[in-house]
Design a protein around this ligand. Structure first.
Ligand code: ATP
Ligand code: MG
Length: 217
């Protein structure tokens, strides 16, 4: 039997995936909080439990045959080297622009700025942000952060943030408002292009099983 390696994004996506994998009889058979490589209950499937942003890299290079990762991470990484055969419709949220409520930046999208400097945008997604503003002819100064983006506009580090929003509660709690949605986000299955050829039958089977869960949901 062909054996497959599936790279799973640690954190929220992993939590949302576990019930799905369990229903397929593919739950991890090991301590997913400590182990980085974990067998599944199916002897032909192993998991790599890694940082979300590393999933595209592992799959692209064939260290994993397939992976489960957020559309946000894929868009930032650039997904051209990967197949993206399935939207799992889990870990749903959106990537949005937010500002301090009532600040000069709290205004309709595309309003011309009277600033004599570039608008500063704090984000974990510099590529998506650059492309989004460039597409409408705006050049912004991007400030790359690794977390807690909400803090940046509160302390004057940035004018806007580009961040993930699910309920909006975190924004609200910090006095921020969402002014624009950049895109909707959910978790996707990505597949290594060589694996798709070399391990076609095994991958087709696994994808079909994942697909039945989607259909049942
Ligand atoms: P890292 O450890 O690399 O910093 P992270 O802290 O961003 O990763 P999570 O917060 O678990 O990790 O987010 C992982 C993915 O889950 C995101 O890339 C996104 O696709 C999805 N996600 C993030 N926030 C939410 C949310 N509030 N609701 C639903 N899905 C979310
Ligand atoms: Mg984190």
């Amino acid at each position: 039997m062909t054996s497959l390696t599936l790279a799973l994004s640690k954190g929220r996506i992993l939590e949302d995936c576990l019930p799905m994998l369990d229903r397929l009889g593919l739950a991890p058979a090991g301590d997913i909080d400590r182990l980085l490589r974990v067998p599944s209950r199916d002897p032909n499937l192993h998991f790599l439990i890694i940082r979300p942003t590393d999933v595209p890299t592992y799959v692209e290079h064939g260290a994993a045959d397939l992976g489960i990762v957020g559309k946000d991470v894929l868009m930032e990484h650039g997904g051209e080297a990967l197949y993206e055969p399935m939207d799992l419709d889990i870990a749903k949220c959106r990537l949005s622009i937010a500002v301090v409520k009532g600040s000069p930046f709290d205004r309709p999208p595309g309003t011309p700025t009277t600033l004599r400097r570039r608008v500063r945008v704090a984000t974990k997604y510099p590529e998506i942000t650059r492309r989004f503003f460039a597409a409408r002819g705006e050049q912004v100064e991007i400030i790359k952060l690794y977390g807690s983006m909400e803090l940046a506009p509160l302390v004057g580090l940035a004018d806007l943030i580009v961040d993930l929003v699910a309920t909006g509660n975190t924004l609200k709690a910090n006095g921020l408002v969402e002014t624009e949605i950049i895109c909707q986000v959910s978790s996707r299955v990505v597949v290594n292009k060589a694996s798709m050829k070399m391990k076609h039958a095994a991958l087709r089977d696994l994808l079909a099983r994942l697909q039945t869960l989607r259909a049942a949901a």
